[in-house]
Design a protein around this ligand. Structure first.
Ligand SMILES: Cc1cc2nc3c(=O)[nH]c(=O)nc-3n(C[C@H](O)[C@H](O)[C@H](O)COP(=O)(O)O)c2cc1C
Length: 322
């Protein structure tokens, strides 16, 4: 049976919870099994940036995080479903802090590309056998299983220009297909607005249909300014006619056609998009080269001296502890 997991990042029984449940209600009517999770009820710690996960993945040993909390449970509830709906309160024009924390914990540990490479390394070591096979753990294939996802950002005002792009970026790590990505402004009274409830219901129907046929699923929202990923959030390079999509990272030129703003990319750059496998590979290679340079630099006395200089310059102040 097709399964849809709904995750609300809002307050208990608030607008986010209820809108998430409306999406799930539609999915259930479409014949799906449903599950509802409240992110705030979970213990999810911030990513420390220690990159233990990357080191372990790249040695084929384990897809491991230093934190022992509810994140793995949450991630695998999603991985073991066919579709995910995340409903998130807008904070400071973008996704909530908790959503960012969940997003940070997904990557690079749950990145499809990293898990693909790790699987190859682990299988290679297992094939060698003996000492080479010691401690090897092949990543759970569920991490790389195809999935569809929809997002709804619920705002108390009309300040929400970053919310769709921040949500969409979450889908890039596990390579999930985005079906709907909605920004709902002025929604404190969401529950009493039938048009919004209807829209949430439609998002549920779209998600259920997409989850039943993931291979043929496609984006169901309004076309965006970015012709590649439908994002409406761009970095405009000062002094140039250059716009960089905040999600897929493609760089294009801006023009006005029939009164509407248009961003155009050169065909030769399309393979660099961050949300497709070729773009991920370019990024992975760039990072690998940079990490290699850092590893070499760390061995030098000049690098050690500079670290010591800043370590000794001032120590962090802490609040008094009882
Ligand atoms: C710290 C904070 C920042 C907020 N920033 C925004 C904002 O930038 N734009 C906006 O539309 N609403 C903003 N809000 C309003 C929340 O989005 C709104 O309270 C929330 O969606 C209500 O959800 P709930 O009923 O599920 O708790 C903010 C609320 C808080 C607490």
């Amino acid at each position: 049976m097709t399964k849809i997991v709904g995750v609300s990042f809002g307050t208990k029984n608030g607008n986010n919870d209820c809108i998430c449940k409306e999406v799930l209600r539609a999915c259930q009517e479409e014949g799906c099994e449903i599950e509802f999770i409240r992110a705030m009820d979970l213990d999810i710690k911030h990513c420390t940036g220690c990159i233990t996960c990357v080191k372990m993945l790249m040695s084929g040993t384990k897809n491991m995080c230093i934190h022992k909390d509810d994140f793995d449970w949450l991630a695998f509830e999603m991985f073991n479903a066919d579709g995910v709906i995340m409903v998130d309160p807008i904070f400071e024009t973008g996704a909530s802090g908790l959503f960012h924390t969940v997003m940070d914990r997904f990557g690079p540990r749950m990145d499809t590309g990293n898990n693909f490479i790790s699987t190859q390394i682990a299988q290679g070591r297992l094939a060698q056998g003996g000492d080479a096979a010691k401690g090897v753990v092949v990543p759970d294939p569920a991490i790389m299983s195809p999935k569809v996802v929809s997002y709804i950002g619920i705002g108390g005002s009309d300040w929400g220009t970053h919310v769709q792009s921040e949500h969409q970026i979450q889908a890039m790590t596990p390579s999930w297909k985005v079906i709907d990505n909605e920004w709902v402004p002025w929604s404190k009274t969401a529950l009493m607005e039938d048009a919004l409830i209807e829209r949430a219901h439609q998002i549920g129907v779209n998600l259920a249909n997409a989850a039943k046929d993931i291979d043929n699923a496609s984006y169901q929202g309004e076309p965006g300014v970015c012709p590649h990923c439908n994002c409406n959030d761009f970095y405009l390079v000062p002094g140039e006619n250059r716009a960089i999509c905040c999600v897929c990272g493609l760089e294009g030129t801006v023009s006005i056609e029939d009164g509407a703003v248009k961003v155009s990319y050169g065909d030769e750059d399309l393979h660099k998009a961050h949300d497709i496998i070729s773009g991920k590979q370019i990024h992975g290679k760039d990072i690998q080269e940079n990490e290699g340079r850092l590893a070499e630099m760390r061995k030098t006395q000049a690098y050690k001296d500079r670290v010591a200089f800043y370590r000794d310059f001032i120590t962090p102040t802490m609040p008094p502890r009882a």
